[in-house]
Design a protein around this ligand. Sequence first.
Ligand SMILES: C[S@@+](CC[C@H](N)C(=O)[O-])C[C@H]1O[C@@H](n2cnc3c(N)ncnc32)[C@H](O)[C@@H]1O
Length: 275
Amino acid sequence: MTGTDQAAARIDTTRPHPARVYDWFLGGKDNYPVDEELGRRITAIDRGAPRAARANRAFMQRTTRALAEDGVRQFLDIGTGIPTEPNLHQIAQSVAPDSRVVYVDNDPIVLAHAHALLRGRPEGVTEYVQADARDPQAILEQAARVLDFGRPVALSLIALLHFVADEDGAHELVSTLVDALAPGSRLVLSTMTADFEPENVEKGIAAYAAGGVTLVARSRAEVAVFFQGLDLLRPGIVSIADWRPDQAPDAPGPVSLYGAVGRKPLTTGTARPGA
Ligand SMILES: C[S@@+](CC[C@H](N)C(=O)[O-])C[C@H]1O[C@@H](n2cnc3c(N)ncnc32)[C@H](O)[C@@H]1O
């Protein structure tokens, strides 16, 4: 049995999984009836849910392009999701073919499709690590085989942290990872908020909970805590649709995820909590 076969054998089709529900929202084919059922239930509560998924994917694309154009050549993307073109390495390597990218996810379905993430440019490196974000030390050790942590790295936690509650180690994982990064590194983050549409988001959280998936909404002030000690790049912490948009929105109305990019300063400023 190959590693891919083993991963496929571990896929649990009896309950919804975040990666597969997100794939359904994006119109992908790598999801099961349980995922579609939850996706439809969420969409019945909030018709904007598929649009939020598309806006989030577009946020990943814009931030990756912006950082590659700004000279970043190393990327650590945790909570990668099922491959959806263009993937992060394709964007980074389209700007700079020698970009080195490490993808991380804990869902066996992502591992089963990881070969699609590894078809990078020969000048660069793309690697996939099967690991849990709540074990950041293990991620750092494995990523160090590909990334030079003495030089800047773009760490992306895109639509990941709303699956990790504070009491489940959300802040510890961010501070452990950011502390390991060289000055000039970036933190790219998007995460769900109830600030714009509290009722819909609360109902959505309840629907995910009924499907066995924990989802956490965070206020703008709570998101800002993840960026303590970092310099926020313009435009700061905003709805992901408003982070340097490059086209008109495909529908009116808010998108209930905050997104931001922070840069680790060259000289140490405010200490991070726990640092
Ligand atoms: C909504 S998808 C986002 C995919 C991609 N980052 C994007 O924004 O397009 C969230 C991903 O995070 C992964 N994930 C959730 N909890 C995780 C954990 N504790 N460790 C690693 N990955 C996790 C899920 O498996 C899923 O693939």
